[in-house]
Design a protein around this ligand. Sequence first.
Ligand code: S3P
Length: 436
Amino acid sequence: MNARLDWSSRAGGPLRGDVRVPGDKSVSHRGLMLAAIADGSSRIRGFLEGEDTRATAAVLAQLGVRIDAPSPGERIVHGVGLHGLRRSEQPLDCGNAGTGMRLLAGLLAGQAFDSTLVGDASLSKRPMRRVTDPLAQMGARIDTRDGMPPLRLHGGSALCGIHYELPIASAQVKSALLLAGLYAGGTTEVIEPHPTRDYTERMLAAFGWPITFEPGRARLEGGHRLRATDVEVPADFSSAAFFLVAASMVPGSELRLPAVGLNPRRTGLLQALRLMGADIRVERLREAGGEPVGDLLVRHAPLHGIELPAALVPDMIDEFPVLFVAAAAAAGRTVIRGAAELRVKESDRIATMATGLRTLGVAIEETPDGAIIDGGRIGAGTVESLTDHRIAMSFAVAGLTAAGPVRINDCRHVATSFPGFLDLANGCGFVLQDGG
Ligand code: S3P
């Protein structure tokens, strides 16, 4: 990880142009993992060249998988088959990536060999029992440090499929159990309290594994094989989100975001922003790589506060930091509830956003599972990203209509999910500088 990096964001002119955001993080992680244990070679196009997904590629390479990178955004993964992974003597470093660690825990729980998964300071504080408890029910033996990383997985456990009702909506936990289920005897079935992103299910089917799934439920049996297939990664809606809010906020703006993934389990922010008065259109809606994809056209529109419908929360779980900014810029009150999961992301996103927005003069009341934000005016000041990539980018958006510069401390983690954000943002009209 590079040295500390501070940013300064300030108001400029309208935002204009085409903004091509990088590949989807969730799809990139899963593409690598499934291709790694498939028979034959798979090509991944649109791969996110982020630190999180590169960490997963490096872990798989440590486990004996050859991965070629013929060009940026492209990987050829030479699959080793379901039982072809090999023990690594060294710990497997997932970096900042919760998705990487939790999915790899599922993938590695049923292997014949031991593994140790480690992460950076932020990941080392994130809860892992949500995945290790159900994996233990399947027969896995995993040691944690008080429920947190490192995870020591003991090899040679015979896994058994379970029927598991998730206590919280989590695509990561669901995916970990499905990956472990590939190695388990019998049926693994996962029921969710609210449907979450279904990339693992769709991709398992594309790799030829028999699976039945519908929103809120997925079921598979062990003992099949995966066949190599090519993976097309759409642009990441979560990265597009910063530009959707930015262009909505700045008068005179008009941005086009081509080929963005529009899986309905990801687009809650689109609906929330439209309820707030945003002008966002989907053009050329089509299917690519088995996923709905479209070009997003966003124009400035005055935003107003809303009571966020609770049903949207899981479909926009990564977009709350930037929604907080939209709410701070909007006229009137926005009420967010039912989003307690935000407290265990790369930072406690409710507290980090509330502290930062308050520093910028915004009236915001933190609640255990959300916030009440009285928007209208954003002031100048210095805020902390707490090394959380999405917090850093969200405050860069806040600077666009702020009364003076917004300085954002420690933005080096932005490259975990959005390499090149600074150049892309400045290219369409942000005034964002590094070096504070
Ligand atoms: C992800 C699931 C979500 C999300 C994360 C990516 C995934 O996490 O926040 O950025 O790829 O499965 P949870 O499963 O913890 O909600």
